[in-house]
Every structure is written in C-alpha cells, then in structure tokens.
Design a protein around this ligand. Structure first.
Ligand code: GDP
Ligand code: MN
Length: 352
C-alpha cells in the first residue's frame, strides 16, 4: 500500500504531536483568518476540518482579523469550536484603508475594465484593500507582532490529511521561511506591470544587493509551460503560491528587503489601479529575496480551496482524489507546480 507522506529532511519524530496538548510548549505561531461576521458558517466548517486534521493536537492560538468589529455571536460561536486560545481583532484603519491619495475615479475605471474580463472586484474597493493588506500589512497588526510564524486559513476550505507533526517547529528547525500547498498561473491583467515595477526597484540605488543568489529567478520568469502569459505580464510567468494557504515566517516579510520593496510597490498605487494580488506579491518577494531551499511545498497536506486541490498520494489522505488538481479539465493548465519542481527543488527524493 501507499505510505504516509512526511518530509524526510528533518527528524519528524522529534516534533510529533504531544500526548497532552494542554502542557505543550508551542512555537511562536498563530493560525490567522481574515473574516467578516457573515463568513461565520463557512469559516466554522474550515475550523472544524482544521481542528480535526491538525490543531486539536497542538492547540495553536487563533487570531481572527476583521476591518469591522466581530459580533459577540461570532466570537462565542468560534470559541465553541476549539480549546485553543482565540483573539478577535479589529484591524487598525491605517493598515487596511485605501490611502487617501489614490485617485478613486481612476481606480473605479480600471476595476470596471478588469471586471469585464471576469476578474473579481468590489465597488467599495474592499477586495483591493484585502489584497494590499495581505501583501504588506497583516504582519504589522499589533496582535500579530507577538508571533513569528503564521498559518493562514480561509472560509470554505478543506483539509484531507491528518498531520501528526508540528509544522511550525518543522519550519523553525529547518530554517524554512514559507510553505505552500498549491501553485498556479495568475491572470496577467491583474499584474501587468508588477514585474517591471519590481525591476525598477531593483535598479534603484543599491537595491540589487537584496536579490538572493540562491533565489528562484528562473521560476519567476519561465515561459515554457504556458507561453504568452509571461509576455502579457511583461516578464513574469505569473506562477505563484496560492496564498489562501500559507505557513510562513513573518520575519521574512518584516525584513528589510521585502519591506523596502513593498513600500516601493505601494507608492505606485497599483494595488488599486491594477489590482495586484497578495499571492503574486508574496511569491515574487520570496522568489527574489529568499533562498529557494527555504521555500517548502507541503506535499503532504491535503487541501482544497475552490476550484483547486493538493491531494497527496498517501495512505492518510481522505476525501479527495490523489493527484487531482481540479475537477475542471479546462483549469488543468493553470497548475504550475511542475515548474517549481523543475526549477527550484534540487532533489525531490531528498524532501520526501
Ligand atoms: P477569494 O478566495 O480570492 O475569492 O477571496 P475570499 O473572498 O476568500 O477572501 C479572502 C479572505 O479575505 C477570506 O478569508 C475572506 O473572508 C476575507 N475577506 C475578503 N474581503 C474582506 C473584507 O472586506 N473584510 C474582511 N474582514 N474580510 C474579508
Ligand atoms: Mn477564498
């Protein structure tokens, strides 16, 4: 039969789940979910699945973030789903709101244009606020500053494999900065000038020093698997780690390279004029400034966010089709995981 998949580049036994989670010495880490009160039902389903597959054994604290205020019902209802500590936070306006100097008329025109190509947006710019918040600000929320590591979860996602080791201690022990589950090509219309603006930053002053010589430059710029996308995005393949699932080290994002680059991106106002997403922004930042061996594909975590899966071919996978990426045949070519494997993993057998 099939074996249980787990990373082989670490002594996993040393970070197995404890017999009693109450006295467990946890890493500096939180489970983070951005949500509104109306997301309660869908987020509750996520939490139940997440507790069953991981957190009931470890009881990492949750941090719920909202640009509005969480209702008492939301708080009570969530707390009933887990024994872990929970914090319910209203995001400071300065980290969320559209900066006042943005030309709203121009932003509206641009978003209308994109919506005609089927790109999701909202009239009140909340989608843009959300994407900018995740790109450059979530790790500055005061309640998040207590922590080094985070695992991002969302409403309406499912987990298919029971994890028996502490993923945060795995990252800490290996010095890894970021873990992902699914990677895919983006719609180039949303990131038309993200790459040129990034090159502009790197060519300023001595910023080129920040580029990691062991980074994933080839992966960021490849044009093999989906030719043409790269040209539409002016040099960026658009392949990115899908950010509704992320397990990461916030010190990377808080660091000098990523921070200066994000500030540069932010001054272009293109989170509002082009609708840059946090997934391509995180991915380009990691691809440029992180050693590629510090980025980890969590091959062993079965995960679904409509319409894509990471479904491990392993004994402990329940409820998804092993190896499946999407139920839709038309969407198969959105998968760019193979590029990550080809360009950025030295030896797959060493990892698993
Ligand atoms: P999609 O997966 O790209 O369609 O985006 P989602 O609708 O899932 O939004 C991403 C995450 O941000 C989810 O956790 C949402 O609950 C949350 N979210 C999106 N917009 C807002 C917002 O305006 N306010 C709050 N508080 N949460 C939001
Ligand atoms: Mn979502």
């Amino acid at each position: 039969g099939k074996e249980i998949l787990e990373p082989l580049d670490y002594d996993i036994e040393s970070i197995r789940s404890p017999e009693n989670p109450d006295g467990y010495e946890r890493a500096s880490a939180t489970i983070v979910a951005l949500a509104r009160n109306e997301d309660f039902d869908e987020l509750a389903k996520t939490i139940l699945s997440f507790e069953k597959m991981f957190n009931a054994k470890f009881q990492y604290p949750y941090t719920f973030l909202n640009d509005g205020t969480f209702s008492d019902n939301f708080k009570k209802g969530m707390q009933a789903l887990s024994k872990a500590q929970m914090e319910f936070v209203t995001i400071p306006e300065s980290l969320w709101q559209m900066p006042p100097h943005i030309d709203k008329k121009k932003a509206k025109q641009q978003m209308n244009k994109l919506s005609k190509s089927g790109i999701k947006y909202s009239k009140d710019f909340s989608v843009n606020n959300m994407l900018r918040f995740f790109s450059g600000n979530f790790y500055h929320v005061p309640e998040m500053k207590k922590y080094r590591y985070y695992w991002r979860i969302e409403p309406k996602v499912s987990f298919f494999t029971e994890l028996k080791y502490d993923v945060f201690k795995y990252l800490q022990g290996t010095g890894k900065l970021y873990g992902f589950s699914i990677s895919l090509y983006d719609n180039p219309l949303t990131v038309e000038t993200l790459w040129p603006e990034t090159m502009g930053f790197l060519n300023e002053g001595s910023n080129f020093q920040y580029v990691n010589k062991k980074g994933s430059f080839q992966w960021l710029t490849e044009n093999q698997q989906l030719p043409g996308v790269n040209a539409k995005a002016n040099g960026y393949s658009t392949c990115h780690f899908w950010s509704n699932f992320e397990i990461g080290d916030m010190n990377f994002f808080r660091g000098e390279a990523y921070s200066l680059w994000f500030q540069h991106l932010d001054t272009t106002n293109k989170f509002y004029y082009e609708r840059w997403g946090d997934a391509p922004v995180h991915s380009i930042g990691l691809g440029l400034f992180a050693d590629k061996s510090k980025i980890h594909w969590f091959r062993d975590i079965g995960y679904f966010h409509y319409p894509y899966y990471n479904c491990p071919k392993a004994e402990n996978t329940r409820g998804c089709l092993p190896g499946q990426f999407s139920e839709s045949l038309e969407l198969q070519d959105r998968n760019c995981l193979q590029n990550w494997i080809d360009y950025s993993i030295d030896n797959l057998n060493k990892i698993y």
